[in-house]
Design a protein around this ligand. Structure first.
Ligand code: SAM
Length: 458
């Protein structure tokens, strides 16, 4: 049985739409948390090669599934390959909100402002076109690494990762078509999964979170285009962090609330804020199969001029033809990507993103952009781990499909033995999905799995 919920939280929720105290409390005391995953549609694999035991589909998601139980993801090579992302089911509702509030047929520019560890970012990346741009930002430096790891494993070229404070985005006025603010919050929605968080909860913290959420939104809203969409979400039940924020948004900014069409069977609760009747969507674990969540969407009204000149920006240092030719033995020529030098590395990026990257470089502290191919050393490519994990570039690097034990040895950065293999670079695959690179030499095999991502426990 879980810890009792804070009395102050329960009494504050009594007036909140959809709150049903007895069944809410009972769900927290009895039910065990639910595990769900979202499949990466770009990495086709056989479920039977993974540790996943699928129960049923998440009804509001195109690629989300509940599992019958929580397996050891660490011991699944397909988890490390980015074949799926372990994500709480309620959060996957972002897909419905984006589809109903944005035109995904267009190439759009998206900012995921509070992005680490990358759950919403990988979801957004799966929804947007390949020529759209996704900027995943995380203000806390120590959390940028896990974001980078998850984005790299997801394997996309149209993503930029930045490490900036929300107010830095004011250097990009009216720039983004969609901004997602999955705000830091008091976290009551996750009490069932993380009962220890109950001890940290207080009314004072809810109030501090409310102020911080206002500050974050004030800072970032100038970066949203007129007509663009703002999506705000929390994993808190508190009215102050949810509906009160929507009222404050409408009172202080030029935005209109957007209504989302719900299917009755979802059992998601639509709420209206007290003052402006803004639409919000509440997820209660006693009503849906998932954890506590709140999400709401707005359209920016004002028609202020977009200040960006449409002149092409100077491109970064494009790859010389001779160097491009050296890459051709690793992958087929790709028409929709541009290649350029970045420090000692070569980066591939969709053409449409090239005009943006110079602008973003001036405005933001960029940790990663596009796909790092590797570096040329004495005319030979030292291919990057990213190249091996990417799905867009068709690789000519030979592949070796291995059994699970060898795959896990590879991921532990142990020496691996594969007989009868040609000398040179190879991609190690498990279940048909790339795990990374090895280099076969005359007398040994070098394991190129990134040290910082290796499996450390048995
Ligand atoms: N969107 C993420 C996902 O789906 O994986 C989860 C985001 S988590 C709810 C909130 C994030 O906001 C954390 O990564 C946290 O580091 C970041 N954060 C904390 N304080 C912040 C601030 N003042 N401004 C912007 N982001 C902040």
């Amino acid at each position: 049985m879980n810890k009792p919920l804070p009395d102050d939280l329960l009494s504050a929720l009594n007036n909140v739409t959809g709150f049903d105290a007895p069944s809410f409390i009972q769900t927290h005391q009895e039910a065990s948390p639910i595990t769900s995953v979202r499949i990466n549609k770009n990495k086709i694999f056989n479920i039977s090669d993974s540790v996943l035991t699928i129960d049923e589909k998440v009804s509001w998601s195109s690629s989300g599934f509940y599992l019958t139980h929580r397996p050891s993801f660490t011991l699944d090579p397909l988890f490390h390959a980015g074949a799926y992302y372990v994500q709480e089911a309620s959060s996957m509702f972002l897909e419905v909100v984006i589809k109903q509030s944005c035109d995904l047929q267009n190439n759009i520019k998206v900012l995921d402002l509070c992005a680490a560890p990358g759950g919403k970012s990988t979801l957004i990346q799966s929804l947007i076109s390949k020529d759209s741009l996704l900027v995943c930002n995380e203000v806390i430096k120590t959390r940028v690494n896990v974001l980078t790891e998850n984005i790299t494993k997801w394997g996309a070229t149209n993503v930029v990762i930045s490490n900036n404070d929300p107010k830095d985005f004011q250097r990009l006025p009216n720039y983004f078509d969609l901004i997602v603010v999955d705000a830091p919050c008091s976290g009551s929605g996750l009490f069932r999964k993380d009962p220890d968080a109950i001890n940290e909860w207080s009314i004072e913290n809810v109030s501090l979170c409310h102020q911080r959420q206002q500050r974050i939104l004030t800072d970032v809203l100038p970066a949203l285009k007129p007509g663009g969409t703002l999506i705000y979400s929390t994993c808190s039940y508190s009215y102050e962090e949810n509906e009160a924020i929507t009222d404050w948004l409408v009172n202080n900014n030029d935005v209109d609330s957007i209504k989302i069409q719900l299917e009755e069977k979802w059992n998601i609760i639509e709420t209206n804020s007290q003052e402006n009747k803004c639409f919000g969507y509440r997820f209660y674990p006693n009503k849906i199969k998932g954890e506590g969540f709140f999400i709401t969407a707005f359209q920016k009204k004002s028609t202020s001029e977009i200040k960006y000149d449409k002149k092409p920006k100077p491109h970064p240092d494009l790859l010389k033809k001779a160097d491009l030719a050296k890459l051709e033995k690793y992958f087929e020529p790709v028409d929709d990507c541009q290649f350029f030098y970045w420090k000692n590395d070569i980066i591939a990026m969709p053409f449409k993103m090239m005009n943006e990257i110079t602008l973003l470089q001036f405005a933001l502290y960029i940790k990663k952009a596009g796909l790092n191919i590797g570096s040329l050393i004495r005319d030979e490519l030292l291919p990057s781990h990213e190249l091996a994990l990417n799905t867009l570039l068709h690789q000519k690097i030979p592949t070796i499909e291995v059994k699970k034990e060898t795959a896990l040895d590879y991921l532990r950065l142990h020496d691996i033995k594969i007989s009868g293999t040609e000398i040179g670079w190879h991609i190690i695959k498990y279940g048909g999905v790339s795990l990374g690179l090895i280099k076969v030499l005359h007398n040994r095999i070098n394991n190129y799995y990134p040290k910082e991502w290796r499996i450390v426990h048995k």
